[in-house]
Design a protein around this ligand. Structure first.
Ligand code: PRT
Ligand code: ZN
Length: 210
């Protein structure tokens, strides 16, 4: 039996469950449960907050997980990635108030930037020799400039309508992300065999979708 952790309720949940179903794996849908067992594959599915998934896979509480690359890299656990999954595509971007002049990332020197991704943003700025004050906040990052908390923000963008609605302009892409399959690095031989079967099926699903 192999344990796969997926997001309990959020933007990754539906596509993660659809992918498992399209791999030919059946399970009883379980909106209120913490876990469920597949009916025709030795798989147990755990439902967790997405932020907890990389750590649980690293520690072996779960063998596998599906999570956004943004969350994986922010947690510093890139080596766990085994397979890109092609859904939940988004980008981590810097944005400034629409009326504010902006030529290059150097304009952020000494500025206050609000973000939930201090590691990803910190290394992006460091690589470019920009020193800024990062304010880590866990939600509603896009309102920080209008309440005077920050000069710029760095947040996840997909359509861009949240930025637009808050009077912000996207100026730099810091990181491009999609959902990825992650795996514990010390799987038993049996679990490694199950992972290989799952990856094979996931790759076939992606090829069929193209
Ligand atoms: O409760 P839990 O902690 O499990 O969930 P969560 O609220 O932390 O995460 P959730 O469900 O919002 O997102 C899960 C993952 O989906 C993220 O880690 C990304 O990998 C991916 N993803 C894809 C997105 C978006 N698109 C997205 N648009 N995550 C967040 N957003 C938010 C963004 O933060 C901003 O507030 O949507 C807004 C921007 O969207 P647009 O379309 O207006 O640009
Ligand atoms: Zn989360």
């Amino acid at each position: 039996m192999i344990r796969l952790a997926i997001q309990k309720s959020g933007r990754l949940s539906e596509d993660s469950l659809s992918l498992i179903r399209e791999c030919g794996i059946g399970f009883l849908s379980s909106t209120f449960k913490l876990k469920t067992e597949a009916t025709n594959f030795p798989l147990e599915i755990l439902f967790l907050r997405d932020d907890d998934i990389p750590g649980y896979v690293q520690d072996g509480v779960a063998d596998l997980g599906i999570v956004g690359q943004n969350v994986l890299v922010e947690a510093g656990l890139m080596p766990l990635e085994v397979e890109p999954l092609g859904f939940s595509k988004c980008r981590l971007s810097l944005a400034v108030p629409r009326g504010q002049a902006y030529d290059s990332v150097n304009d952020l020197q000494g500025k206050n930037i609000a973000t939930s991704y201090p590691q990803l943003l910190g290394s992006y700025l460091a690589e470019r020799g920009v020193q800024a004050h990062l304010h880590t906040i866990s939600g509603s990052v896009e309102i920080a400039p209008s309440i005077g908390l920050a000069d710029a923000i760095c947040d996840i963008v997909s359509s861009g309508s949240t930025l637009l609605g808050n009077g912000l302009r996207e100026v730099e892409t810091v990181f491009r992300s999609e959902a990825v399959l992650i795996a514990n690095q010390n799987l038993s031989a049996e679990k490694q065999e199950l992972l290989d079967q799952l990856r094979f099926r996931m790759q076939a699903v992606r090829r069929a979708r193209r």
